[in-house]
Design a protein around this ligand. Sequence first.
Ligand code: SF4
Length: 375
Amino acid sequence: MSVILEADNLVKHFRTGGGLFSKAGRVRAVDGVSLRIEVGETFAIVGESGCGKSTLARLLMRLLDPTAGEVSFDGQQVTRARGKALSTLRRDVQFIFQDPFSSLNPRLSVGRLVGEPLEVHAPEMGRSERREKVAELLRQVGLRPEYADRYPHEFSGGQRQRIGIARALATGPRLIIGDEPVSALDVSVQAQVVNLLADLGRDLGLTLILIAHDLAVIRHMSDRVAVMYLGRIVEQTTTDALFETPRHPYTRALLDAVPDLDDRGGATRARIEGEMPSPAAPPPGCTFHTRCPHAQALCREKVPMLEAAADGHATACHFWREIEATPRVASRRIRSDAAHARLNLYRRATEGAEIIPVATNGRPSKSPDNREEDT
Ligand code: SF4
């Protein structure tokens, strides 16, 4: 397969403080990330809130300039793109935002919102042709063409996210980056939007980069996964390998903290101990050593490099071989009704079964999202 997007040693540091009452510092949001995304794949970037995954997504499509490192799309440098090259990038790479309400201008009708990218990237298109194209895009995301005359506030969260997806599709992109595209939605609607994205990716031959903290979404949609911790990738492999043989202690802890598809809520699960350190003052050596049950003296001194094993499964841990041989220890019972509800919904949606709305308390939901959403 050919590579569509490549990041080489990408770094983004933000300056902080430096005022009258605070010392100047810098937040290492992304700290040396290299990636190769192949045409047609769904690549997920996963990690806890604050790990740098959203900053990385913005660097990949040049919504932010990097402190160091390079990004190339289809063999062309993104980091120094200007003029026509930048306009082509904006056409070919689209972004789906987390919050479908704030990402849509409330003063514009749906028709204007979805048609706006066409005005910029296809100015030769006449008004009636554009209106037809908008109708086609709305149908493609499961909305009625007559919705073009309505405004964002008239729609549910799931419908607004569909409008955002239609807008992203308008330019005929080759790559779509979704930054937590379903995390702001009601749990029952998440499954519908996740499946819509998966179908569109397959039908249109799109490459998808999915930023998520929810492992259920990752497992359902992605071909490969990179796990981030404090601005660095600590593990990267295929989705199947990640869920079957996680090698980094952080990944193992993340997976142990959620129920799997066959788990009906009674399992004992592990929880990651402690808080993620501040990216403004990351610990020396392996940045996970403050929370890692396997940490040794070397971990506090030397940064582990991302090392690829013979099977291509890459891990940044000094002791992954020894740790792989140890059983995953379940340490604590946790309740996760929302995760169970979500996993069941994804499975039902995949199997084509009727989706029964389930709220986070496990009872049938009566939210407008569930009533109005059309699949
Ligand atoms: Fe844990 Fe050490 Fe591996 Fe870091 S390098 S994940 S602290 S065992």
